[in-house]
Design a protein around this ligand. Structure first.
Ligand SMILES: O=C(O)c1ccccc1NCC(=O)[C@H](O)[C@H](O)COP(=O)(O)O
Length: 246
């Protein structure tokens, strides 16, 4: 499977949900959250500001301590733009429920590491409605809400490529929620290892960071998830869209 690189970087504002509230974490650590209110209000505000996508995360499900699935389904149903839905999708029941919300695609993470046969079958069945979240520290994958090690990034990437995985969402866990800039070398290395589109996630702090990620579009970076920078008002979504439009 070979993909034509996107012409322009897509931006995906993140709405991460804990206990019914939109939050931001630091390095994905449970308990480090700052609350930003109602997830539907946040998602609708990003849509009104011109968002092309929403990256919607059930952090309680990702950490295996609960679920916001009904609320997230409501959010997806009220948006007109495509949604990438993620967090705790580890079996047929959670995957089918997530896809039934009408989201455009879902991200699998831990399940790919712990139940590779199930993930392979899900990828085969759902095609490009499945992306795989590659959450890494160094080149070691992190699963289950980023609390367990899950193998070598490039070995798993080669396996997923062979299984037909359509897209990867690549997060440097140590950057996530820190406003310290994206790991551009990691993105380059992943793009060099696969011909599938890559969505960059974690660490964006400025418009220059977004411009730097946009430079990687010809290599295969298709989109960038932006969380904390938008909530901390480092820039507006309108400014971000403008920055990556040329
Ligand atoms: O995406 C997941 O499944 C997930 C699981 C466990 C902890 C965090 C998770 N996602 C977090 C995100 O996707 C962030 O919203 C995104 O990386 C944005 O990061 P930033 O711009 O640095 O706030």
């Amino acid at each position: 499977m070979s993909e034509t690189p996107a012409s322009r970087l897509e931006l995906l504002p993140a709405v991460d949900v804990v206990n019914g509230q939109a939050v931001r974490l630091v390095q994905g650590e449970a308990g480090s959250e700052t609350s930003y209110g109602d997830p539907l209000t946040a998602a609708l505000a990003w849509q009104s500001a011109g968002a092309e996508w929403i990256h919607l995360v059930d952090l309680d499900a990702a950490f295996g301590r609960g679920s916001n699935s009904a609320l997230l389904a409501e959010v997806v149903g009220k948006l007109d733009i495509p949604v990438e839905l993620t967090g705790g999708l580890r079996d047929d029941a959670t995957l089918e429920a997530a896809l039934a919300t009408g989201c455009r695609r879902v991200n699998l993470g831990t399940a790919v590491l712990e139940h590779p046969e199930w993930a392979r079958e899900a990828i085969g069945r759902h095609g490009d409605r499945i992306a795989v979240g590659l959450d890494v520290r160094g080149t070691t994958l992190a699963g289950r809400g980023w609390t367990r090690e899950g193998g070598d990034l490039f070995e798993v990437l080669a396996r997923l490529d062979a299984e037909g995985c359509a897209r990867y969402v690549v997060t440097d866990v140590n950057k996530d929620g820190t406003l310290t800039g994206p790991n551009l070398q990691l993105l380059r290395d992943v793009c060099a290892a696969t011909d599938r589109p890559v969505v960059a996630s974690g660490g964006v702090s400025s418009l220059d960071d977004l411009r730097a990620i946009a430079e990687l579009v010809p290599m295969g970076v298709e989109g960038a998830i932006v969380g904390k920078a938008l909530y901390a008002n480092a820039f507006t979504l309108e400014e971000a869209l403008e920055a990556v439009s040329r």
